[in-house]
Design a protein around this ligand. Sequence first.
Ligand code: SAM
Length: 356
Amino acid sequence: MTPLFSPLSIKGLVFSSEGPSSSGPGLNAQQDGHYSVMLPEIIAVLTPQDNEVFVDGTFGAGGYSRAIAQQADCKVFGIDRDPTAHANAKKLPEVITGQISTLAGCFGDMQSLLKQAGINKVDGITLDLGVSSMQLDQAERGFSFQEDGPLDMRMDGPNSDQRPPASHIVNTYDEKEIADILYKYGEEKKSRLIARAIVTDRVEKPFETTLQLADLIRRIIRQKPRKDGKNIHPATRSFQALRIFVNDELGELERGLEAAEQLLNPGGRLAIVSFHSLEDRIVKNFLRERSGGTPQGSRHSPTVEPAALCKAPFSLPTKKAIAPSDKECNENPRSRSAKLRVAIRTDAPCTQGEAA
Ligand SMILES: C[S@@+](CC[C@H](N)C(=O)[O-])C[C@H]1O[C@@H](n2cnc3c(N)ncnc32)[C@H](O)[C@@H]1O
């Protein structure tokens, strides 16, 4: 199959400030009200070829999976933990033809999910971390502090038996535990004040809805309006913290990165889009370590043998995170905080040894 999108060289990875077109043939970043972040860059990194196998660990609306499938006669496995994503996927043409298969579960478990599908090695893996705009827009999922809904936040859906909803944490954890969660996962400076107010208020009335919690936080964090009018909602950081904790998002990312090292063939491509510094730090440190970047020797006493560097399981076409184009940021303001990190699997054995 002739690729519909001419891939950029992944070695160079030089994107102009305009960036590659997000609406070129076969690349439609905007579908069904969902915008696929940095889609042209993802395709340029993955460079799908005929007969290759890809994993889209965060299927969502299927934007990445479909674009990959449209580039070559390849096979795509789309993983998502949200049952709604699977229900919506059924109507997609590439799912109907079988070029894309969706797998229900977490990308941290991608090795076992793929094994059940008879796949031990793949040629490319991509992750687009966090929640989708569809999840955010559905008030009943409890991710939004703008609209009222049950204080849930489980990506696996409200019927999940894997984990408790956010209301359980807010209503039963002790003050210090809540403060630590808000600080660690939301970098919320007023975490202690918010936690104290939560445990005081919940005696009268347990927290059941998103606006109940958002209103409390607004009461605690009094913001001076910024001159440019760009104040973020005072509940942004606390909601992010609870969501990350409820879904064990950072643990998932760590397991997903380990699995990617195990699954990728030599020459396999890894492309990860993150949206906040906690995620990006994990990806950056993992790739730095697995590409021979640590331990870091000094100029005077190098501690890293050149031979050890050759054995690193990943090589990095660029050590820097790639940012979305100005054009994309204008089209989709949510893209502004996106960072793409890329790596190529070498033929070195896995750091933890090959999985059985
Ligand atoms: C930002 S959206 C992905 C959008 C997708 N790239 C597209 O173009 O349509 C993230 C999706 O990943 C899913 N997700 C997040 N963390 C996950 C995990 N650990 N395992 C599986 N799915 C996950 C969410 O349920 C959501 O549907």
